[in-house]
Design a protein around this ligand. Sequence first.
Ligand code: CMP
Length: 144
Amino acid sequence: WPERTLIAVKPDGVQRRLVGQIMQRFEQRGFKLVGMKMLQVSEELLSQHYQELRRKPFYPSLLHYMTSGPIVVMVWEGHNVVRTSRIMVGDTNPAEAQAGTVRGDFSIHISRNVVHASDSVEGAQREIQLWFHRKELMDWDCYD
Ligand code: CMP
């Protein structure tokens, strides 16, 4: 497979009608959308997704935030997509995120940082398996 990553628009991004603008950035960069769904996420799924964060002091508020409304989860594919997406999304802390990044343009606080992006190729593979069934991922061709 070409490289793939998991991108999620978190509840604040959906509530603020930012889904289209965020997707547009990935499309115009040249990445290929291979999976997408909207869901109200369970605490069970989140505890697997955020398995390294379960003991952090902010974990309860992270759960509350991430279950405060539906999210849009996507799989994007392309050359270096994991690293490039992290750059496009910007620093986890919006105060450190460059203007021109999603978080740098749309957020001010770490606990409302609009998007998730996998942090490594291995992490992306784990997250994609967690969030998507194999048949939900489209293997479609580009005419290039
Ligand atoms: P993300 O990197 O997508 O995944 C982990 C999330 O935990 C992170 O985004 C933030 O939303 C949240 N997070 C990380 N650190 C803190 C913190 N210090 N306070 C509150 N939330 C945090």
